[in-house]
Ligand binder design. Structure first.
Ligand SMILES: [Zn+2]
Ligand SMILES: [Zn+2]
Length: 143
């Protein structure tokens, strides 16, 4: 399964746009506490893309550096104007530029609906109610 698709992403304000080649089987949900804090949500969905397959079309991500739950330093890119989260990756001191893997936030992507997660990581901090949202009553838009 090495099927690849072109993905098209943008931040909320549209300042940052990008394209990449992605394998839809490389989509994971991350339940780590950093993803919860930084996304403001219970978990985050991510597709792993080689930096060499990533093309920034407009804008310049602002960078934020953190030490992850794994103990590794991580570089996070986000839009300085609207605050949309773009990706997380290794720092260039650990992995050379263009050889890194970018964890692209799938909510940025036109192809979001095609990118169903295949696995979950950091389940030790998963919130149990996030497992069963299909059972909640729902409406098409905010009521
Ligand atoms: Zn933006
Ligand atoms: Zn995470």
């Amino acid at each position: 399964m090495s099927e690849r698709i072109t993905i098209h992403g943008s931040c909320h304000c549209g300042d940052i746009t990008f394209e990449a080649q992605a394998n839809p089987s490389r989509v994971v949900i991350c339940h780590c506490t950093d993803c919860q804090k930084m996304s403001g949500g219970p978990y985050r969905s991510i597709v792993q893309v080689k930096e060499d397959d990533f093309t920034l079309l407009s804008g310049q991500p602002k960078l934020y550096f953190k030490v992850g739950d794994s103990g590794n330093r991580r570089e996070l890119g986000f839009c300085a104007h609207c605050g949309s989260h773009l990706y997380a990756t290794s720092v260039v001191e650990d992995v050379p530029k263009r050889q890194r893997m970018l964890g692209i936030r799938t909510g940025l992507l036109d192809e979001l609906a095609q990118l169903a997660p295949r696995s979950q990581v950091w389940c030790q901090s998963k919130v149990s109610w996030a497992e069963n949202i299909a059972e909640l009553p729902g409406v098409a838009q905010q009521s």
